[in-house]
Ligand binder design. Structure first.
Ligand code: SAM
Length: 319
């Protein structure tokens, strides 16, 4: 595409999700959502050079392009499809931006998340070294199954950055989006950060770093955007007093969650993906080395999106 063809393309006047600079000074009209601030704060700790990466829920592709520019071995963008009322697929915008940017990001589109493992196998990948699962979980009808399916896409020793809306409360809750009280769109559940951390550890994901932004208070619950970097590990990460989590290995459960994942499929001999910790304070569960997400987040200040406008867009020079 020539610069004129890009600048005059009819897709430019549609509603973009991301702010992407396609030509010098020509930026798509996305609102510049602030959840990218926490996602990118966590991504800054991962040297993705040579690593195979997957961006789940890529929309216009900002994260996938960023990973490509940082030298990912392969950068794959996945999204299911557009919302029913949207006549223009987000895939149309993604493919246009990809071409305009001269990007080689690969893409898996128009399929449910549970099909991504098989679709990845078809392009010779199956699991990934680095997975970004940002802004998706709180949209899912069944977020626990969604987290399990995402876990099946990151190989043991790999890293996953999970970013989602959540509540900053210490209860072990999944708060229902009754009447759209938290979000007006296709959002069903908002996990408390304690719940989010627990299900991560249950699914062999060890939280190693986290940061957050405050959004608002709803029904007394602080609503935040939280990004957690997790290491995919070979077993669950139970606290010393938690016999219930251990029971999953004792044949005491019908392992329904294994309909969403297969532990054999994520085994890997590759070395752990290195992670440079953000330096934010980490609090541990008493008597253990397990990260306590609620205490970790409440013992450090929230990030302020207004201080990081550069992270809410992707300019041509950004790396
Ligand atoms: C809020 S956008 C997030 C875009 C991008 N990841 C970011 O953080 O800027 C939500 C994304 O989640 C995807 N999504 C929502 N529910 C999903 C589901 N059940 N399965 C797979 N993807 C889903 C949407 O298609 C969309 O790409």
């Amino acid at each position: 595409m020539t610069p004129t063809e890009i600048a005059e393309h009819p897709l430019l006047s549609t509603n973009w999700y991301h702010k992407l600079e396609l030509l010098p000074g020509l930026v798509t009209n996305g609102p510049g959502f602030d959840n990218l601030v926490v996602t990118r704060a966590m991504l800054n700790g991962i040297d993705v050079a040579g690593q195979n990466c997957l961006d789940i829920g890529a929309m216009d592709g900002l994260v996938a392009y960023l990973l490509e520019r940082r030298g990912a071995g392969r950068s794959v963008a996945y999204d299911r499809n557009s919302r029913p009322l949207n006549p223009i697929s987000n895939g149309d915008r993604f493919r246009f931006a990809r071409e305009a940017l001269g990007s080689n990001v690969e893409f898996l589109w128009d399929m449910p998340l549970k099909h991504v493992w098989a679709a990845s196998a078809e392009i010779g990948l199956r699991t990934y070294d680095v997975v970004v699962f940002a802004g998706v979980l709180y949209h899912m009808f069944d977020p626990l199954a969604g987290l399990a399916v995402a876990r099946n896409l990151v190989r043991d020793g790999g890293l996953i950055v999970v970013e989602t809306g959540a509540t900053l409360d210490a209860s072990a809750s999944m708060h229902a989006n009754v009447g759209g009280r938290f979000y007006p769109a296709d959002d069903y559940w908002l996990p408390s950060v304690r719940t989010l951390e627990y299900w991560m550890r249950f699914l062999h994901l060890e939280p190693i770093d986290a940061t957050f932004l405050h959004h608002r208070v709803v029904d007394g619950l602080p609503v935040i955007r939280v990004a957690v970097t997790c290491r995919a590990v070979e077993s669950f990460r139970a606290t010393p007093d938690d016999d219930w989590m251990r029971r999953q290995n004792l044949g005491a459960f019908v392992p329904d969650f294994q309909e969403c994942l297969n532990w054999d499929e994520v085994k890997s001999d590759k070395p752990p993906v290195p992670y440079q910790h953000s330096g934010r304070h980490i609090a541990r569960h008493p008597g253990s080395d397990v990260l306590d997400l609620f205490s970790t987040l409440t013992s450090s200040p929230a990030m302020l999106a207004a201080e990081h406008p550069e992270l809410m867009q992707l300019l041509l020079a950004d790396r």
